[in-house]
Structure formats: C-alpha cells, structure tokens
Design a protein around this ligand. Structure first.
Ligand code: NAD
Length: 277
C-alpha cells in the first residue's frame, strides 16, 4: 500500500501530507466513509465540531486495526464555542465523541474578527497543548492580519492554517506569510468542491497527457507547491484515486500551465466578513 509522506510542524509533529476530509458526510455514513478511507491507506482524518459527525469518526477509529500512533486526527472548534472557558469545555466534548485521550491537531475553525474572541480562544488552545491534550494547535481561515495578531499577542505560533486553496484561488500572499513564519498550509476545497474546476479543458488535456485524472493532477499540484491537502469523497473508487498521487511528477511547464486556471475568486465565504456562529 502507498505510504503517505509527512511534513513536520513547527513543534516537531509529523503530519501526513494527504488526508481525508469529512465535511458534509452525514453522521450515519461517516463510519463507513472513514473506514474505507483508512482501509485505502489514509491516515489523517479531518473533521470539525460543526460537521456533526465526530461520533462517526470515533466509531470508525474504534473499529479499525491501525495503531493509534499511525493515525492523525484533526478537529476544529465550532464558531459558537469561541472564548477561553467555552473552548476548553467544547474540546472535552470532541475528545469524548472521538473516543480519544489526545487529539493530534485542534484548530479554531474561523477567526470571526467582528466578535474579537480569537485571541482568548487561542490561549485556551495553548493551554490544551501544554496539558498534553493535543499534539499541535492551529487555525483555519485566518487571514494575514489575524495571524499577525496571534504572533504579536500570544506565545505559540500556529502549526497549521487550513484555508480555501485550489488552482483557481492559489493564495500566494498567505502561503508566503506561512512560509516566512513556519506555519504549514493545509488546503480545503482542494479540488474546487466539485464546482467545475475538474472539467476545465486545460486540466482534462493535461491529465490525459499524463495518463492521470484531473483530480490526481490537481492533488499533485498541491503536493508540489508544499501544501497539506484533505480532499473529500464518499465514492470508494475516488477515495482510492485521490491517494494514487505519489508515483508521478508535474514538470515546471505543467505547473506553469496550471497557473492559467487562476481566477483569484473564492468559492467559500471571506474570513474577514464571515460571521456565522
Ligand atoms: P473538495 O475540493 O475536496 O471537493 C469535494 C468534491 O469533489 C466531492 O464532493 C466530489 O464531488 C468531488 N471529488 C472528489 N474526488 C473526486 C475525484 N477523484 N474525481 C472527481 N470529483 C471528485 O472540497 P471540500 O469537501 O469542501 O474540502 C475538503 C475537506 O476540507 C472537507 O471535507 C473538510 O474536511 C475540509 N473543509 C474545511 C473548511 C474549513 O472552513 N476549514 C471548509 C470546507 C472544507
């Protein structure tokens, strides 16, 4: 079975470069989806309090015959739970649902700058790391200004920022900021969320010339620009297809061609104005 390469976080934790995201997988389908992903070779599972399927992830973890140390489980703090005390209490609920003593990565899901709680919330995550309840802590959907504030006002530099990122929206500025500050970039919506990217003629042509699928070419692009990536699928064939990206390379000319897909338009909400709690 393919083994997935890892990157190392700024606190020396190994994190698989490819993982399996479970956004919008209904609770009653999550156990089966996560089990087939782990059977296919995935070792990182990305869930969130807001996905309402942490118990399904927990059920899958309890049933698979893979050592806990070989699995990497990420969850994220719900927007409604920001604040120091609420974040600590919400973490306990997640750990219980997942059936885990220690979670590998805990993220603040959105910065919600209009409520100005993310610095206090981050202090709670720092406390969880100090207490050994999480191996690494990070953020999601943070813009440069939100990261700068954490760097100025708190002690731990986020290990990861999980952000919308795909060839149409490659996030050059944030990736450069992450590189300069030792933060790993993790791409959500890496395949463009099934909204047309994968049928772009340029990608279809490029994939055919490599004997690969458009999804494999896009995932390979992510790996080669240094991203962690967490594609989602509930289709076993696609779950396996999305894993088979470690035995080919894109050349400089291929990477240059993919640059033409850039629109610099988001598919999801803008973190500066997203205020849903
Ligand atoms: P994605 O880009 O992974 O797209 C998923 C869709 O792409 C699938 O529903 C399917 O329609 C299609 N697809 C998958 N594999 C394919 C293949 N091989 N061929 C053709 N089509 C294929 O988008 P996503 O699900 O939004 O993002 C992935 C993960 O990122 C989520 O499951 C979740 O864990 C995470 N996420 C995080 C945030 C956040 O705010 N932090 C937001 C959205 C998603």
């Amino acid at each position: 079975m393919t083994s997935i390469p890892c990157l190392t976080t700024n606190n020396d934790v190994e994190i698989p470069q490819l993982g399996f995201g479970v956004f919008q997988i209904p609770l009653d389908e999550t156990r089966a989806a996560v089990t087939s992903a782990i059977d296919a070779g995935y070792r990182l599972i990305d869930t969130a309090q807001g996905y309402d399927n942490e118990e399904g992830v927990g059920a899958a973890l309890a049933g698979v015959e893979v050592n806990r140390a070989d699995l990497f489980i990420t969850t994220k703090l719900a927007n409604s739970e920001q604040g120091y005390d609420t974040a600590l209490a919400a973490f306990d609920v997640s750990a219980h649902k997942l059936g885990l003593d220690v979670v590998d990565l805990f993220l603040i899901h959105w910065p919600l700058p209009m409520f100005d709680q993310y610095v206090g919330t981050w202090r709670a995550l720092e406390q969880l790391q100090a207490a050994g309840r999480v191996r690494s802590i990070g953020v999601s959907n943070f813009a440069v200004e939100h990261l700068e504030r954490l760097l100025q006002e708190t002690d731990i530099v986020p290990a990861v920022n999980q952000i919308e990122l795909h060839p149409e929206f490659p996030q050059d500025e944030l990736r450069a900021f992450h590189r300069d500050h030792g933060i790993l970039t993790q791409a959500w919506g890496p395949l463009g969320q099934g909204k047309g990217l994968l049928s772009h003629p340029l990608l279809v042509r490029l994939a055919a010339s490599k004997g690969r699928t458009p999804a494999q070419v896009v995932l390979r692009w992510h790996l080669q620009i240094g991203n962690l990536v967490i594609p989602k699928s509930v289709t076993p064939r696609r779950i396996r297809e999305n894993m088979n990206i470690f035995d080919f390379d894109l050349g400089d000319d291929d990477l240059q061609a993919i640059e033409e897909l850039r629109t610099d338009r988001r598919l999801g909400p803008d973190p500066r104005t997203m205020d849903m709690r």
